[in-house]
Design a protein around this ligand. Structure first.
Ligand code: AMP
Length: 610
């Protein structure tokens, strides 16, 4: 019996589950009522926990906590969800640094993975009913810019729902798979994903069955709901009576629904009549006017597209096709704008609401072992590395590396007799550790007490096919190892990958200068320490007094340079000291100086980073 692996699109507003049958047909699995979408909504009330459509019905019930858009909180720290929390109307509290929603009826707190798990469990039982067999394995999609913590949180949600998550794949990759790209059809494809509330743009390079996300960009608050709001605003401007009634939330809800209905109707008609009898309001919305209203949003989306293309150095003509994803790409004005911008064919024959789930099902099918023709690889969206002495970032796996990937590097100690090192795992493009995302921290202890720069500590980064990271540190002489279970701090940098990349770009010059200075100071201090040690050990038989004085003077000159902010000056003074001590080092056959000068050092546990 073949394994039953389903594909799941765990969306911000809706989620879906799909399956590829033995005959190759991909089916989005319906619920008992025949509905394909499941609202990603959970309602907590006295009489129970509801998920999906039943939960959404409770939206206006004051006795119920209605949780929606929990994907926006997934894998992020409480602090870092601040801007999201402002848009969400349900209570979110800080539980050990992570966001959680209180369930007052059951005296507990739900974390984002637990909320995700409730939605996944519902999809799982829907799949089991539709397929009449047990379903325990799945592929789940996430946005391409999701970081390790967000991917891990999504995987956790799967486990909590009793699903073994065989792979987390990027949504644009899934969309491309649904169109059969990758099996014979290679090229550079753009994925334009405009949903109800979010816009994601990705450039996907597909070669010989390998999928690489070349660039991502977008806006986490741009989508169909903005268009609905623009229409409502227009109507409120037309009717003072409507404006005064709109103070009431149920009137606003009604207006929003009417606006959405009118917008969707304009995909197949050139004008639509709208009437709200209770407010004595009648109007006609034309497609032309609608297009004017959304023009600023079209421009906003296209500017994200331009940035992504610029990031990857691709002209619009370098793109072989554009895949449309998300309900709002049905909007004719958007289709037209995208087609004109790229001048390339649009992939729009698969329902844009279903395409990601269908692609996930294709991938699920491949992983079930039935098909062997496709290899799926994604890339790391941001660089991964560790903090080294002076608070600088040392990158082990550069961004856009195809996963699975492994990298190893040797590090050493900074202080004589140092018996432990602090491994601080970072994600991001900035030179200084403090400007990057902190993913985890751990200590390798039990290092034999040796002179600084002598121990050899091998740090290994391993990312599996899901983009999940494991970091190991091993001291080579003793074999002492700290095989760390990475504890993603569930902390996302400032906002998301895009912001981080933008920041890295705009700070590149000052970052470079800071790094130069910090590296120069670190090296200078190492040389000074080694010099002082050497001076203490030798008498005038080996080192004539005149030489000793010259060296001491140069140590002072170097210390003075270190107080300044000119990294080059520090480096030059270090070289001078280095030259002066070179003959001494040779005479002493003392390897510790030269050892100390090679290899990046790791901070001590709890050590300060200059
Ligand atoms: P999604 O989040 O991908 O399910 O997208 C849902 C969004 O697509 C909602 O804002 C819908 O109003 C919008 N939408 C659905 N059909 C159309 C259409 N024909 N024209 C414009 N927007 C649409």
């Amino acid at each position: 019996m073949n394994r039953t692996v389903v594909g799941i699109d765990l969306g911000t507003t809706h989620s879906l589950v799909a399956y590829r049958h033995e005959d190759g047909r991909v089916e989005v699995l319906p619920d008992r009522e025949g509905r394909l979408l499941l609202p990603s909504v959970v309602a907590l009330s006295r009489d129970g926990v509801r998920v999906g459509w039943n939960a959404r019905e409770r939206v206006n019930d004051p006795e119920t906590t209605v949780i929606y858009a929990a994907k926006r909180l997934m894998g992020r720290s409480f602090e870092e969800t601040e801007s999201e929390r402002r848009h969400l109307t349900y209570p979110i509290v800080d539980r050990n640094g992570s966001p959680a929603v209180p369930d007052p009826f059951r005296n507990r707190f739900l974390t984002p993975p637990e909320i995700g798990a409730l939605v996944l469990r519902e999809l799982r039982s829907r799949a089991e009913e539709a397929l009449s067999r047990e379903v325990t394995e799945a592929v789940i999609t996430v946005p391409a810019y999701f970081n390790d913590a967000q991917r891990q949180a999504t995987k956790d949600a799967g486990s909590l729902a009793g699903l073994s998550v065989l792979r987390i794949i990027n949504e644009p990759t899934a969309a491309a798979l649904a169109y059969g790209l990758g099996s014979g059809k290679d090229g550079l494809f753009a994925v334009f994903d405009l949903g109800g509330g979010t816009f994601d743009f990705s450039l996907l390079d597909i070669r010989k069955g390998i999928f690489e996300v070349r660039a991502t960009n977008g806006d986490t608050h741009l989508g169909g709901e903005d268009f609905d709001r623009a229409i409502v605003t227009e109507w409120l401007g037309e009717s003072p009576k409507l404006l005064s009634l709109a103070e009431r939330s149920e009137v606003r809800d009604l207006l929003r629904k009417e606006a959405e209905r009118a917008k969707i109707a304009l995909s197949s008609r050139t004008e639509v009549e709208v009437a709200i009898p209770a407010a004595g309001f009648r109007t006609t919305l034309t497609r032309a006017r609608m297009n004017e209203l959304v023009e600023p949003f079209v421009e906003k989306a296209l500017s994200c597209v331009r940035s992504a293309l610029a990031d990857s150095g691709t002209p619009p003509s370098g793109v072989d096709g554009v895949i449309l994803v998300g309900g709002s790409t049905r909007f004719l004005r958007f289709k037209e704008a995208v087609a004109t911008f790229f001048g390339k064919p649009l992939f729009d024959t698969v329902d844009p609401d279903l395409v990601v789930a269908e692609g996930a099902a294709v991938q699920a099918d491949i992983l079930s072992g039935r098909r062997k023709d496709l290899l799926l690889l994604d890339v790391t969206p941001l660089s991964l590395g560790i903090e080294t002495i002076g608070g600088v970032t040392s990158t082990l796996i550069p961004r856009n590396t195809t996963v699975p990937a492994q990298a190893k590097e040797l590090f050493t100690t900074y202080v004589d007799g140092q018996t432990n090192v602090d491994i601080h795992v970072l994600q991001g493009e900035r030179e200084m550790a403090r400007d990057n995302r902190s993913l985890a921290r751990f200590t390798l202890s039990g290092i034999p007490p040796l002179p600084a720069g002598t121990p050899r500590i091998e740090v290994t980064f391993q990312i599996d096919a899901n983009g999940i990271l494991e970091v190991t540190a091993r001291e080579q002489t003793t074999g002492k190892m700290s095989n760390v279970v990475i504890h993603p701090s569930y902390g996302l940098g400032k906002d998301d990958v895009r912001t981080l990349l933008k920041e890295a770009f705009s700070h590149a010059q000052e970052d470079f200068a800071t790094r130069l200075l910090v590296d120069a100071r670190t090296e200078a201090q190492t040389v000074i320490n080694a010099t002082i040690r050497a001076l203490e050990r030798v008498g005038s038989d080996i080192l004539p007094d005149a030489d000793r004085e010259a060296i001491s003077r140069q140590v002072e000159a170097l210390k003075k340079a270190m107080e300044g902010t000119d990294g080059r000056k520090v480096r030059d003074e270090t070289r001078l000291l280095d030259n002066l001590t070179q003959p001494l080092a040779e005479r002493l056959m003392n390897q510790s100086i030269s050892n100390a000068l090679s290899g990046m050092a790791l901070p001590k546990e709890g050590g300060s980073h200059a």
